[in-house]
Design a protein around this ligand. Structure first.
Ligand SMILES: NC(=O)c1ccc[n+]([C@@H]2O[C@H](COP(=O)([O-])OP(=O)(O)OC[C@H]3O[C@@H](n4cnc5c(N)ncnc54)[C@H](OP(=O)(O)O)[C@@H]3O)[C@@H](O)[C@H]2O)c1
Length: 286
């Protein structure tokens, strides 16, 4: 059995590799990566590492040949057309390489009225896959909990969470838990053979008062909730390169479109996902 993982050098990809290594032998895992130098540690540990670029179909055909299950982790580009081009190229390569089984990583923002800049890609995926002749499952992530940890020092300095989402709640999952669920879907055919769609979330969502209270408990610092406007939020983070994209996502959250909670993680893995307080406690260092 050969499992091939794209985007394996990324934040999520590394968690998927780690989790999959608990479920199958390393010799069954192939890492299809754009920058093999970034996977030198994996190669050193005995993983098969091959070059594969979403804009170079022949490289993907070579990388995917002999694959039983492909785990597709998209790039992080914020251009819908580019993401679709990357996926269409990958579908063409899968066909040429004879890949029949796919675990496709997606995101919760797929509703037709979702204003997140990337939602066009997430909405296109399920319909596109339905016409693909692949056996597949779509595994959607909710918001990663991980970026909250390095963000805490800024929130302490501000004294407040500032997400422009009003009184709406948001759902989260850690990349580690997401990696575990994705790996389990990959190794269990009955979880991925019928076009299943999963949404990975913690067992509850959090409104921003609840989130800021957990953050206060974990850090021992007073963190409240004072939402800024969507425009202010975009202005504050524009210099970091993704202020407008993030603001569009929080606009969706303010519409109540990012708060769904499911038991899919437990269904897939047989145990509960880590809750926010435990996740932050485990990973925050003052
Ligand atoms: N749920 C959330 O809250 C949330 C938050 C942020 C992102 N996401 C999404 O989650 C996914 C994974 O995120 P991440 O944090 O793991 O991102 P990441 O660390 O940037 O990893 C992206 C991976 O994609 C690879 N890649 C980029 N362009 C490629 C190309 N042309 N051909 C082949 N591989 C390419 C990168 O390879 P290199 O190392 O060679 O660049 C890297 O391994 C992304 O789709 C992202 O949009 C979700």
């Amino acid at each position: 059995m050969k499992y091939t993982i794209t985007g394996a050098t990324g934040h999520l990809g590394r968690e998927v590799v780690k989790a999959l290594s608990q479920l199958t032998e390393i010799k069954n895992i192939r890492l299809a990566v754009r920058t093999p130098q970034k996977a030198a540690d994996f190669a050193g540990a005995g993983y098969e590492v091959v070059h594969s670029d979403y804009y170079d179909i022949p490289s993907m055909v070579e990388a995917f040949t002999g694959t039983d299950v492909l785990i597709y982790i998209p790039s992080i580009t914020y251009k819908v057309g580019k993401r679709i081009e990357e996926f269409e190229n990958s579908l063409a390569a899968m066909k040429a390489a004879g890949v029949k089984d796919l675990v496709d990583v997606s995101f919760m923002a797929e509703q037709a009225n979702n204003p997140f800049q990337m939602s066009g890609y997430y909405a296109y995926l399920p319909a596109r896959l339905a016409s693909s002749h692949l056996r597949y499952a779509v595994v959607k992530n909710s918001l990663y909990a991980d970026p909250l940890v390095p963000y805490l020092s800024e929130l302490i300095a501000r004294g407040n969470v500032i997400y422009p989402v009003g009184d709406q709640a948001m759902s989260f999952i850690s990349r580690k838990d997401s990696g575990e669920a994705i790996a389990n879907v990959a190794v269990r055919p009955y979880l991925r053979n019928k076009g299943q769609s999963y949404l990975l979330t913690q067992e509850q969502n959090y409104n921003m008062i609840e989130l800021s209270q957990i953050m206060s408990q974990v850090t021992g610092e007073k963190i409240g909730y004072q939402p800024v406007s969507l425009e202010e939020f975009a202005d504050i983070y524009r210099a970091e390169g993704d202020g407008d994209e993030l603001a569009s996502m929080y606009k969706a959250a303010a519409m109540g479109l990012m708060d769904e909670v499911t038991s899919d993680f437990r269904h897939i893995t047989g145990h509960a996902p880590q809750n926010m307080a435990d996740y932050l406690k485990e990973n925050y260092q003052a």
